[in-house]
Design a protein. Structure first.
Length: 135
């Protein structure tokens, strides 16, 4: 790092400039490997965007249905629906990748989206198979 501080402002294309470029690549790779930055949860992404746009919870009701629903989502009591995800992405320009991740840190699945969807699909399949057995 001390060498990088010494040659940081050197002219691009010079010997020191090339050395600085290589050092920046090495430092960047080291930081990415040893100090990874986790992607935000959907709630963190929404709160960050609210802060950027100086919005309050009540301002999100047009994207989520009601002030009560906004509160439940921001407290982690209710998952985002596909309709809400689309509205937040379109209306507030929140990246889709941020909105479809799990609301729990460290969880690899798309928990806030896939669990409710998967349970609906499973229950629909069960009803369909029970209906077929009755016939």
């Amino acid at each position: 790092m001390s060498r990088m501080k010494t040659i940081f402002d050197s002219k691009p294309g010079s010997k020191e400039g090339n050395e600085a470029e290589v050092l920046m690549i090495l430092i960047s790779d080291y930081e990415r490997l040893h100090y990874p930055v986790e992607a935000p949860t959907p709630i963190e992404a929404i709160r960050f965007r609210m802060e950027q746009l100086n919005l309050q919870q009540k301002d999100l009701a047009i994207y989520m249905g009601s002030a009560t629903r906004v509160s439940e989502i921001l407290r982690g009591k209710r998952p985002l629906t596909l309709t809400m995800i689309a509205a937040l992405h379109k209306g507030l320009d929140i990246p889709l990748a941020s909105l479809i991740q799990s609301t729990r840190k460290g969880k690899k699945s798309i928990g806030s989206l896939s669990y409710p969807l998967q349970s609906k699909i499973s229950s629909a399949r069960e009803r369909k198979s029970r209906y077929r057995k009755k016939k």
